[in-house]
Write a protein of this length. Structure first.
Length: 409
């Protein structure tokens, strides 16, 4: 079979997989609708096909440019290892997930790209549940745009979760974890699967997740019992002690005798290496505020590389405008009474951003990495805007009631 015919054959196989995934979606949506009456299968179906557009865009991009997705397809099929030989944290875990589909079911590269795109889409489903379950009010931004719809359809989020690689499953893991926070006792499966995916793919991200979780528990003094705090902290501590070497190996510190000094050395060398890349930025020379700004909001129009850079700049500008909505005095009062999952989201967003700014100095890599955590910031903004809207509504009600009472008197 010639290369062109083989390519067409693989593409047709992948396209034939779409109706099957659509049916799987309908089954999942039905089960979710039985638990959540607010769930909109119609919106999720639209989001699914919107996500598929980005799967096509990424596939086209990877066809003409270097892409890690090609390595993720090649290695499980040709490395010569058994399936369990790939059961390790990091890159190998993606190979472990891919192995049976490639070797047992004969999935082509195109089919694997579509499969992982679907995994990324399921991350958006749980992001939707995370937001909608915790925030009943509909919030409009920029006068007429629904906040939740806006963030669900942001292009950059879909681009980096629509291909074979780490992006799709890590996003699903984080959103499963976030969804489980509301009722952790009743959502052990979601909490466990989310934590497992995060730990297996990015152990250092799990460390930040666990740290943020423990910190939020102590901040929220009266929301859970002392016994529950002790159980949670004990479990997390046990996991961290058990797997500390795997976590530290991510930054080559598994056998370090001086963690702080060696970590600082690693981050300096890593940043210098990325500075020299095509889209490198001198993060090591920036102040902390400049580092955060670069990680969250760049590239912007002044350093946008080409037409794709302009598109990304528009999205980053939207991030900047949304972030600006937190700059109010009332936000600090809101934080004092905010529920645990809001504080956890904010803590996780800041701690992860802080850690990433020391090892990220390439705008291309930054775009990919920050897509993992931006939804936690959006959740805090959304919750705050809903809090403000509810506060204004209650104040208007009180004024109306007082007028009614005054008129009756």
């Amino acid at each position: 079979m010639s290369p062109d015919i083989n390519l067409i054959h693989n593409l047709l196989q992948a396209i034939m997989l779409i109706p099957f995934l659509h049916l799987v979606n309908q089954y999942i949506f039905k089960k979710i609708s039985e638990k959540h009456d607010f769930f909109s299968a119609n919106l999720m179906n639209k989001l699914f096909y919107y996500h598929l557009i980005f799967a096509g865009i990424y596939y086209t991009y990877a066809f003409f440019n270097p892409s890690d997705s090609k390595r993720y397809f090649r290695v499980p099929g040709k490395e010569g290892k058994t399936w369990d030989g790939f059961l390790e944290t990091g890159t190998s875990f993606i190979d472990f997930i891919s192995y049976p589909f490639i070797n047992f079911f004969g999935f082509s590269y195109e089919m694997m790209m579509l499969l992982f795109s679907w995994i990324g889409f399921m991350g958006f489903v749980y992001a939707y549940l995370f937001f909608k379950e915790n925030i009943a009010l509909n919030i409009k931004v920029f006068k007429k745009i629904d906040f939740l719809v806006l963030i669900l359809f942001l292009p950059n989020m879909h681009f980096w979760t629509a291909s074979l690689g780490k992006g799709a499953p890590i996003f699903l893991g984080l959103m499963l974890f976030a969804y489980a926070l509301r009722k952790p006792k009743n959502r052990i499966f979601s909490l466990s699967l989310g934590s497992l995916l995060v730990f297996a793919i990015r152990p250092h991200m799990f460390l930040l997740l666990a740290g943020a979780g423990m910190l939020s528990i102590f901040i929220n003094k009266n929301q859970i019992s002392l016994k529950q705090k002790a159980i949670f902290v004990g479990a997390i501590t046990g996991v961290l002690l058990l797997f500390h070497k795997q976590i530290l190996e991510v930054v080559n510190l598994g056998n370090s005798q001086n963690l702080i000094a060696d970590f600082l050395s690693f981050t300096e060398n890593r940043a210098k290496d990325l500075d020299n890349a095509t889209s490198g930025v001198p993060m090591t020379d920036y102040s902390l505020i400049e580092k955060f700004f670069t990680f969250w909001f760049r590239p912007l129009f002044f350093d946008a590389p080409g037409i794709l850079g302009v598109i990304v700049s528009i999205e980053n500008f939207i991030y900047l405008l949304l972030f600006g909505k937190l700059f109010k005095k009332s936000f600090f009062g809101f934080l004092k009474t905010a529920p645990g999952h809001v504080k956890l989201s904010l803590i996780l967003f800041f701690t992860t951003s802080f850690a990433m700014t020391f090892v990220m100095s390439n705008l291309g890599i930054i775009l990919r990495q920050k897509s993992m955590i931006m939804y936690f910031l959006f959740f805090v903004i959304y919750y705050f805007l809903a809090y403000e809207k509810d506060t204004v509504f209650r104040l208007k009600q009180e004024v109306t009631e007082r007028k009614t009472l005054a008129e009756a008197a």
